[in-house]
Design a protein around this ligand. Structure first.
Ligand code: 5RP
Length: 224
């Protein structure tokens, strides 16, 4: 099976998981990226069965609207049952690295609000240790040099993602060669650097359910 078929399969599995819980009043949190796009396209077939969505990026909002799905402001939502999103890496504790698509901050905000974070990923994303994928850090533009120096002191090799401005008007540093022994601690340490808006470690708030697309079918992992 090619990678896109695995992504399609996990997107379908996520839909199957949430559909029985949706009512006409439900709002669904939707992530960003190619796997999330498969989910959006499948979700659209059921757009009469729920109220609308909250989007983790402008790109996702545009795709949802193109399907006729109403996009709500997160501030107008009292509660969010589900957030469905992909990942760049996932480990056995359902901790993730995210932000390959640059949407990490809004993704982390929507994940924080959601009761259940359903992560959908193909098996290439499963790792024993996070950090093989360069860790994205969203930074206030004027702090880029300062934050980069601090990240070097933490053992990383930050590289400015040239030409990218996030939906929030900020820049991204991709941190290579980071040995991530304790994801939760590192997430907190990076957040403590002045000028950092958010980093792509999702460890303090990991996924609740991981749907992993493998060549043997979709495997389900819950948080232990
Ligand atoms: C975007 C993300 C994505 O979830 C992550 O990059 C995975 O993307 P894809 O599903 O295209 O592999 O964090 O900021």
């Amino acid at each position: 099976m090619i990678q896109d078929q695995l992504k399609q399969a996990v997107a379908q599995a996520a839909l199957d998981h949430i559909l029985p819980h949706l009512t006409r009043q439900s709002i669904v949190g939707v992530g960003t990226g190619s796997t999330a796009n498969f989910f959006i396209d499948l979700l659209a077939r059921h757009r009469m069965d729920f109220d609308g969505a909250v989007a983790s990026s402008e790109a996702t909002a545009a795709r949802l609207r193109s399907h006729g799905i109403e996009v709500h402001d997160l501030n107008s939502i009292a509660e969010l049952e589900f957030y469905v999103d992909g990942a760049d890496e996932c480990n056995g504790h359902l901790e993730l690295t995210k932000g390959g698509g640059g949407a990490l901050t809004r993704e982390k905000i929507v994940a924080a609000v959601a009761k259940t974070f359903v992560c959908i990923a193909d098996e290439s994303k499963r790792v024993d240790f996070l950090g093989g994928f360069p860790l994205p850090v969203e930074v206030i533009p004027m702090a880029r040099g300062h934050v980069a120096r601090q990240l070097v002191m933490l053992g990383g090799n930050p590289v400015h993602r040239e030409g990218v401005v996030t939906d929030n008007g900020n820049v991204i540093l991709d941190v290579y060669d980071m040995r991530i022994i304790d994801p939760r601690q590192l997430e907190s340490d990076i957040n403590g650097i002045v000028g950092v808006v958010c980093n792509g470690l999702f460890a303090a708030r990991p996924a609740d359910l991981l749907l992993l697309g493998t060549h043997n079918g979709v495997e389900k992992f819950g948080r232990r």
